[in-house]
Write a protein that binds this ligand. Structure first.
Ligand SMILES: [Zn+2]
Length: 197
């Protein structure tokens, strides 16, 4: 790449910052963009700017949204007595794709991990507390990891004094795996088989 023009090297460098994109993939994408029709590059550039300027976090649940409140929170047909707690937006999308869950969500944007300096204050918990008055059941769908389990127990301790039933999705999703990548059937079964904690 030493002899490549500066704009190409800049693009390759920018692409290698993305997760899962190594030097070779970045070069392949860059050469593709250089050779493609004009609209491919302009569409991509516009989409990147658009997503940065026009997508934020739902002020209720922490989901990604274009408006102050996300489409799921706004949907009056959903059951607002039950909240599924997930650690990330991709997990919310994975649960949603099972079509089995009709309640609302709450996105923590992380899990408790004292070794990494992530405590309750680093998670999206403040708005959760303000939602609990209207809730009968919380389903904790954090990943099956040590941190995910610790987070589930923390939430259980927050909620049970308020008389809220707290359940954890069932095993079947192996320890150490990421719910984001679990298939829809496995995830739907994990929901059905949730157990109270
Ligand atoms: Zn929302």
């Amino acid at each position: 790449m030493k002899n490549a023009p500066d704009p190409i090297r800049r693009l390759v460098h920018a692409l290698t910052r993305l997760p899962g994109i190594g030097e070779k993939s970045a070069q392949r994408l860059s050469f593709f963009i250089v050779n493609a029709d004009d609209y491919v590059a302009t569409d991509l550039a516009d989409a990147l700017v658009d997503v940065r300027h026009n997508v934020g976090l739902c002020q209720v649940c922490g989901n990604l949204t274009q408006t102050p409140t996300c489409l799921i929170c706004e949907d009056g047909r959903r059951d607002n007595r039950i909240i599924c707690i997930v650690e990330s937006v991709p997990t919310l999308y994975a649960v949603e794709s099972t079509g089995e869950f009709k309640g609302l969500y709450h996105v923590l944007h992380g899990v408790l991990s004292p070794l990494d300096g992530i405590g309750p204050d680093q998670l999206n918990l403040k708005t959760l507390m303000s939602r609990l008055a209207e809730v009968d059941e919380i389903i904790v769908a954090t990943n099956p990891s040590v941190e995910g389990e610790a987070t589930a127990i923390y939430i259980q301790r927050l909620c049970s004094p308020l008389g809220i039933k707290v359940s954890r999705i069932a095993s079947g999703v192996p320890m150490g795996s990421d719910l984001e990548y679990a298939d829809q059937v496995t995830l739907a079964r994990a929901f059905e088989g949730r157990r109270e904690i």
